[in-house]
Design a binder for this molecule. Structure first.
Ligand SMILES: [Zn+2]
Length: 369
């Protein structure tokens, strides 16, 4: 039986000077430019647009598509629509970055329950473990893919990992399906996420968990099964969820699992990380496609992950505007601000990092100077 010893969570070193300064500068910038940190009008409009788009696409897919060439693109768009609601709506809500009103944040966070996740468990997995211990092996569950791959230098290498830069990409597609049908139920049964214990949902949270799963399974499987064969529903559910999983995985990997990101480990008996919390976020996180308005709109500001990790409680609509302030402050404190430039340079960096992590140590040759 697995040990249920209480979590031994790392502590951060350094001081809060950078954190205090970047916060002060960003808040001053937002005030001076008249921008609201939360309750941004454009965010409410975007939410309505994305939810209406998903409902419309799903209606077309289930009730109107007659041929495979109509159904395949619609299934892909439904899958991408659920990812977009995750990136844009639930993510801001779950981080309390959507509104000043707690009930609005909660409502937006719970859109995750409608698209196949659990807002209750997401708070621990993403909001607490990933956002606090970013890229720390054994504490950030987002860099754990089990025996399938080795994403950090501190994980066990298996011989077949030498091909992980090739075989992991198609497996990324299964992330959403695994999340929909397995992960939250396993967490409910075990009350564990990785090495961390988590509470069970109770009261209203339990009700949302159960109703959320029922609603999700209804619109993805049960209602379509009333009008189509089992095979048809299974195929189009698979198509949508594979695209959703691929996009969710790649957007995450480009921010953290790349050559430019650090993978610090806590040291000593006190399990202390070398950097302060804010400097740690900058070291472990990389932006991409900062100039792309389309990426910024569709990805909920997750192409500005440095800004997001420093300011998860600021609505993502503000990230492009505050990025130069964050970059300048990093420079003033001697912290390297990491940015891939384009989406594809991020993809290439993730590919090279996977290849490097999969090779035996002797085979890793330092690039020529
Ligand atoms: Zn986040």
């Amino acid at each position: 039986m697995r040990s249920l010893a209480p979590d031994r969570r790392p502590k951060f070193g350094g001081d809060a000077q950078f954190q205090n300064e970047v916060r002060q500068r960003v808040h001053a910038f937002l005030t001076s430019t008249g921008r609201r940190e939360r309750d941004v009008g454009a965010m409410y409009a975007k939410t309505a647009l994305l939810l209406a788009a998903l409902a419309g696409l799903w209606t077309l897919l289930v009730f109107f598509a007659n041929t495979w060439w109509q159904a395949v693109p619609l299934a892909i768009l439904v899958g991408l629509g659920t990812a977009a609601i995750g990136f844009n709506v639930q993510h801001d809500g779950g981080h309390h970055g959507y509104s000043d009103k707690p009930w609005v944040n909660k409502m937006m966070a719970r859109t995750l329950d409608l698209v196949g996740g659990s807002s209750f468990y997401w708070h621990f997995k993403h909001g607490v473990f990933h956002h606090t211990y970013t890229n720390v092996a054994g504490h950030d569950d987002d860099v754990e893919v089990g025996f399938f791959g080795r994403l950090t230098p501190h994980q066990k290498r298996r011989s077949y990992h030498r091909w992980q830069h090739l075989y992991l990409w198609p497996l990324y597609g299964f992330l959403a399906m695994k999340w929909h049908l397995f992960d939250d139920f396993k967490t409910f049964a075990t009350s564990r996420i990785g090495n961390h214990r988590v509470p069970r949902p109770q009261g209203a949270d339990l009700l949302v968990f159960v109703i959320g799963k029922l609603v999700f399974l209804s619109w993805t499987l049960i209602i379509p099964l009333m009008f189509h064969s089992v095979g048809t529903v299974a195929v189009f559910y698979a198509v949508g969820s594979l695209f959703c999983g691929l996009v969710l995985s790649v957007v995450f990997q480009l921010a953290h699992v790349v050559e430019e990101a650090a993978f610090p480990l806590p040291e000593g008996d006190a399990a202390r990380l070398a950097q302060s919390w804010a400097a740690h976020q900058v070291e472990t996180t990389v932006d991409f496609s900062r100039d792309s308005k389309i990426a910024s709109f569709l990805l909920g500001g997750l192409n500005f992950q440095v800004e997001h990790h420093l300011f998860p409680q600021i609505c993502h609509i503000n990230y492009p505007a505050i990025a130069p302030v964050v970059e300048e402050t990093c420079k003033d404190f001697g912290l390297k601000y990491r940015d891939h430039g384009s989406f594809w340079s991020g993809v290439a960096s993730h590919y090279r990092w996977l290849r490097r992590m999969g090779q035996p140590p002797a085979a890793v040759v330092a690039p020529a100077a």
